[in-house]
Design a protein around this ligand. Structure first.
Ligand code: PLP
Length: 363
């Protein structure tokens, strides 16, 4: 740290991203990327003309992509915010709506705590239940004499499906949290919702609850983690607040090429649906196979599985898999330290993973 660093930031603990090793080729199942390339239209969009046009700024209104998102999700453009990855949407949402603090689960996307600290926002950590499900009651406030619930007096952030558990709440439960906390913003981070059961997404509820902000990303189900595009859907008023912050810090926040790619990705619905189905099938196959090999696996609705075994510790399995060329994600949080999070890749990758685990179990 230099002597010049603003004292407000001296205690910051930055987010630790999953490893992106540049040294050797791994079967990379550690950061929930898609094993499939982006849609053909996306690849075609990255062409000579686009490269030449890089001399121009991108559209600060982000209009073509806003329109495409509005059409895809049957909302108005005014209900759409676009960020440089959903991480940026989350940061703006914390900045904008965090005055009274935010509540979120102990086991969830660890970036929430980081952006809360960055923006000096108080956090209220609500432990998941023993079975790693979210206790919806925690987000409703104590019942008063009439049995009415007053809400919890702060914002709420819920990843749905949650990460790294993969467990999803029903949209009815999200509705209850929004309804009870009408005086604060409820952020639902749907980074993995495209791999979940139909009806999990809360996007439709944004038409009912003006305090609901749903955030999604092109990084997982649309195979564009490197393009850095995320978006938020919510009432016109809260979207306008996010726009105020964006235009006060980085008005050209999404690159021309990334925007073009995102439009093309949305257009190709068949490619998207096929890939989501392939991930769901590979998830079922991997879960069934590992369960037969003695693993305990949470009921994931996402493109990863959180797995543990009595026969090998979490850190041990992580290390031995890495030594054999398969990278998965291990977390140090004591509640999940015996687990590993395994991204669902292609069938070939899943078979390599399974074979390596069989070899490790034989030792
Ligand atoms: C991957 C992920 C994101 C975000 O990713 P971006 O690449 O910034 O869009 C957001 N939330 C959760 C829970 C994630 O796992």
């Amino acid at each position: 740290m230099s002597i010049f660093f603003n004292s407000a930031y001296k205690g910051l603990e930055p987010y630790i991203p999953g490893e992106q090793p540049q040294d050797k080729q791994y079967v990379k199942l550690n950061t929930n990327e898609s094993p499939f390339p982006p849609a053909p239209g996306v690849i075609a969009a990255v062409n000579d003309k686009e490269a030449r046009d890089l001399r121009l700024y991108s559209d600060p209104e982000l209009n073509p992509l806003k329109r495409q998102l509005a059409e895809t999700f049957a909302v108005d453009s005014k209900n759409v915010f676009i960020g440089n990855g959903s991480d940026e949407c989350l940061n703006y949402a914390f900045m904008a709506f965090g005055e009274d603090g935010f509540a979120f689960p102990d086991i969830t996307y660890s970036f929430y705590k980081v952006i809360a600290n960055l923006n000096q926002i108080k956090v209220d950590i609500k432990p998941l239940k023993k079975d790693f499900t979210i206790n919806v009651e925690d987000y409703l406030g104590e019942r008063d004499a009439e049995g009415t619930r007053p809400g919890i007096g702060k914002g709420v952030v819920i990843a749905n499906p949650n990460a790294p558990t993969g467990i999803a709440l029903k949209s009815g439960e999200i509705a209850r949290i929004c309804e009870t906390n009408a005086d604060h913003v409820v952020i639902v981070d749907e980074a993995y919702v495209d791999f979940a059961k139909e009806g999990t997404s809360a996007v439709e509820l944004t038409k009912i609850y003006g305090n609901l902000l749903v955030i999604q990303t092109f990084s997982k189900s649309r195979s564009m983690a490197g393009a850095r595009v995320g978006f938020a859907i919510g009432s016109e008023a809260i979207i306008r607040d996010l726009e105020t912050l964006r235009n006060s810090s980085n008005p050209y926040n999404v690159s021309r090429i990334s925007m073009k790619c995102a439009v093309e990705a949305l257009k190709d619905k068949d490619y998207f649906n096929i890939n989501c189905d392939r991930i769901r099938n590979n998830r079922r196959y991997t879960k069934e196979t590992l369960e037969m090999m003695g693993f305990r696996i949470l009921d994931s609705q996402a493109n990863f599985l959180l797995v543990e075994s009595d026969r090998i510790s979490g850190p041990d399995l992580y290390r031995k898999l890495k030594d054999s060329g398969v990278l998965v994600r291990h977390f140090n949080d004591p509640r999940i330290a015996n687990f590993n999070r395994i991204t669902i890749g292609s069938k070939v990758e899943m078979d390599i993973l399974i074979e390596k685990i069989r070899d490790i179990q034989k030792l």
